[in-house]
Design a protein around this ligand. Structure first.
Ligand SMILES: [Fe+2]
Length: 503
């Protein structure tokens, strides 16, 4: 990429955020969202999923509830999610706005240690010093906001987390990754890639090639119908970056890789025109098809494109590609973007999300050259946060783990599931009403080779006891129940995504 192109890219991505904004009407009155949440939280402990974490974070031992620690399950689960939602009795409107809060669960022979620390973004530091929110967020405009000079001014680093070499990166999708010390969770500033690309969007769902460890990622410039692709060495060195034009400006959150391709589904939640808050720039277009795009890993100008039924998604499981170029991928597909533009607001008011939740169903999509895509929906129940055995990322595999819930469950999921993509065979465990589960993560057993040999680990909110728990399962025998579980003496806010560092 030429320097001029890089400068242009940075400007285009920063541009919309530079506009000044006017003061909201409610600046001088009681904030209705803050009041609604406080009223709901007085009687509904589920609202703890979006309760502000203390500014100093958490540091405590977890109590073992039952079971024994399996051999080999030693390491740290890192999770990231929004942890600060209100200041001066004014509350963010959208769940995705909260400041990034990293939680770590370190599992060792001596027990389990839980820590929580806010990512020390520029935004967090400035707002902590000021005692109020200072800048517009993705889905909210706080009272009396200042202007922005670029995306990292509003970077909350709250979406996911990954190990890259010895670094822990807190990931967002509108700007830089944030570099952290994995041992202390101390922040070391925005991740700098060099080559004029500092501050350019680096999305929250990078993919790592099994074996060779190459990391692929993208960043989106929805206003200009293009993305940037990132190719990074296992040690964290930038190998290649470049713009790919002609990618429609739908909100793209995740992607998948195969051995030959980088595959994107662009949903029907499309960029319309620049508005603040920024998420209002997008609208769901039921007349606009979802687009599948496969980009050749070795030649980013080579694209294959398919049209699908209108729809939306946040997350994929994985993908693989046959010798004839047929791509198979699984994802949590929904018929609209109701969570992004509905449920994520309801959560902030402390309301159950049933009426406004996206109906995400675990689905298998087959993309054949010159043919219409085939979509197989596995269940009428809902599923999210699909996870795979990462030793098979981009390769043919059988199994995906998800959280799952029935349509009548009005808060959030209580069940963990595993499905065989070929036979449809299901293995599941339901914690029961009041235990709300978060994203599962697959942890391979050391010295194992076969898909699924390892553990599924997940955090959950126990609303009966108002405490956060950690559960570990044999990944191939979920229905046996947790092999070991731990519990904190307090509740911590829900996270979105996590990663694992083996001891
Ligand atoms: Fe995500």
């Amino acid at each position: 990429m030429s320097p001029n192109r890089r400068d242009t890219l940075k400007l285009m991505m920063a541009g919309p955020c530079m506009a000044g904004v006017s003061s909201p009407l409610f600046a001088q009155s009681i904030d209705p969202v803050y009041a609604a949440y406080e009223a709901a939280s007085a009687h509904d402990p589920w609202t703890l999923i979006t309760r502000d974490a203390p500014a100093e974070g958490f540091d405590s031992a977890a109590r073992r509830l039952h079971g024994s620690l399996p051999d080999g399950l030693r390491g740290t689960l890192f999770r990231n999610g929004p942890g600060r939602f209100s200041r001066q009795e004014w509350r963010y409107r959208h769940w995705f706005d909260g400041d990034g809060f990293i939680q770590s669960w370190t599992i060792g022979d001596e027990g389990v240690r839980h820590r929580g620390r806010f990512v020390q973004t520029d935004k967090w530091r400035n707002e902590e010093a000021a005692g109020r929110f200072l800048v517009p967020a993705l889905g909210s405009v706080p009272p009396n906001p200042g202007g922005l000079t670029g995306p990292d001014d509003m970077n909350v680093a709250n979406t996911s987390v990954m190990m890259l070499g010895d670094e822990l990166l807190a990931l967002w999708e509108g700007g830089s990754a944030w570099s952290l010390d994995p041992d202390t969770l101390a922040s070391n500033g925005a991740r700098r890639w060099g080559q004029g690309l500092d501050g350019v969007p680096f999305s929250a769902h990078p993919k790592r090639e099994p074996g060779i460890g190459i990391v692929w990622n993208f960043g989106q410039d929805a206003m200009n119908d293009r993305i940037i692709l990132w190719k990074i060495s296992p040690e964290g060195e930038l190998l290649q970056a470049g713009l790919v034009p002609g990618i429609p400006g739908g909100m793209i959150h995740d992607f998948v890789i195969t051995e030959r391709s980088l595959v994107f589904l662009v949903g029907s939640f499309r960029f319309d025109q620049m508005r603040l808050p920024f998420i209002d720039s997008f609208s769901f277009r039921p007349d606009v098809p979802m687009i599948a795009i496969a980009i050749d890993k070795n030649d980013w100008t080579q694209k294959r494109v398919w049209e699908m039924e209108p729809g939306f998604l946040f997350h994929f499981g994985g993908a693989w590609e046959d010798a004839d170029g047929t791509i198979r991928l699984d994802a949590a597909l929904s018929q609209d973007a109701r969570f992004a533009d509905g449920g994520a607001y309801a959560v902030m008011r402390g309301e159950p999300v049933a009426e406004s939740d996206s109906q995400t169903r675990h689905s298998l999509v087959t993309l054949r050259n010159g043919r219409a895509p085939d979509v197989q929906v596995f269940s009428t129940d809902f599923a999210e946060f699909p996870q795979v055995d990462m030793r098979f990322t981009g390769r043919q595999r059988n199994r995906t783990w998800t959280i799952a819930w029935r349509p009548e469950q009005i808060r959030s999921a209580t069940r963990i599931e595993s499905r065989d993509l070929h036979t449809g065979q299901l293995d599941s465990f339901d914690h029961g009403d009041g235990i709300y589960v978060e994203e599962p993560l697959f942890i391979p057993a050391p010295d194992s080779r076969n898909e699924g040999e390892g553990w599924i680990i997940h955090t959950a909110l126990n609303t009966h006891e108002r405490r956060t728990e950690l559960h570990a399962f044999n990944a191939l025998k979920l229905s046996d129940g947790p092999v070991v579980s731990w519990q904190l003496d307090h509740a911590a806010p829900f996270g979105f995504h996590g990663c694992w560092r083996q001891a």
